[in-house]
Design a protein around this ligand. Structure first.
Ligand SMILES: NC(=O)c1ccc[n+]([C@@H]2O[C@H](COP(=O)([O-])OP(=O)(O)OC[C@H]3O[C@@H](n4cnc5c(N)ncnc54)[C@H](OP(=O)(O)O)[C@@H]3O)[C@@H](O)[C@H]2O)c1
Length: 219
């Protein structure tokens, strides 16, 4: 299936965690990490997060207007059941069109509530959703900003093309249950995914910017 190029961006601690055991908001990196995130956002036609990250990080999923972006990327939020809090900031801030994904909504699910709030609701798998974005909404590049649970699915689908990390050498969170970029430590992926390092930039503040590109062998 056709899909956009998929980028992910995360801040990780020295021990590879993206958050605490309690999934507190991710606030352990410097303003330079935020600046880099906004630069990467600028490449994206669409942003995507899981409902957990939207809520934990109270995101509006926009590029600040003072940066004068040529356009605001689409804002895509994934959920299984498709229940979203219409009081959330994302529904009340100017930005790209909102696309809600409900992968396993029940038969009697009513998307009308969200459509009345201006969102488009998709009831399909993540794979189909990526296809719809690419073919119906001209999304060539999609940036997934987490969390680990959502990225785990993308990794299982082998739908990750670039990984951007801010490695925070100054912070250790610990906790076996604290999530990583592919969620809680657990089962192996169905297959190993090979990436090559494309960018390595140590900063003078105990952080390091890293980028990786998926290495695909010709079939
Ligand atoms: N360090 C960083 O850079 C960074 C980045 C992002 C997030 N985080 C942190 O990560 C934590 C949140 O992690 P998380 O793993 O809970 O977040 P998540 O993946 O954003 O949220 C999980 C929820 O998203 C939906 N979802 C995820 N995968 C799905 C799939 N394959 N299909 C359909 N829906 C899917 C589900 O919503 P429903 O419950 O509605 O079904 C699921 O309960 C927070 O503490 C956040 O601060 C850190």
């Amino acid at each position: 299936m056709t899909r956009p190029t998929v980028l992910i961006n995360f801040a990780i601690t020295a021990d590879g965690k993206i958050s605490t055991v309690n999934k507190d908001p991710a606030q352990f990196t410097s303003p330079r990490d935020l600046q880099r995130l906004l630069e990467i956002r600028g490449r994206a036609d669409a942003l995507m997060v899981g409902r957990g990250t939207l809520e934990a990080d109270n995101m509006s999923m926009t590029i600040p207007p003072e940066l004068k972006p040529p356009r605001q990327p689409l804002r895509c939020i994934a959920s299984h059941a498709g229940k979203f809090d219409l009081g959330h900031k994302v529904f009340h801030s100017a930005g790209g069109a909102i696309h809600l994904l409900a992968t396993t909504a029940p038969e009697d699910y009513d998307p009308g509530l969200y459509e009345a709030a201006g969102a488009t609701v998709h009831r399909c798998s993540i794979q189909e959703f990526l296809h719809i974005l690419a073919t119906g909404h001209q999304v060539r590049t999609l940036l997934c900003e987490g969390g680990g649970t959502l990225v785990r699915t993308l990794a299982e689908l082998d739908a990750l093309d670039e990984i951007h990390l801010t490695w925070a050498g100054h912070t250790l969170l610990g906790g076996a249950e604290a999530p990583t970029i592919t969620g809680p430590l657990g089962d192996h992926l169905p297959a190993s995914l090979e990436f090559e390092l494309t960018h390595f930039e140590p900063l003078d503040n105990g952080e390091c910017f890293l980028s990786y590109r998926r290495k695909r062998r010709p079939s």
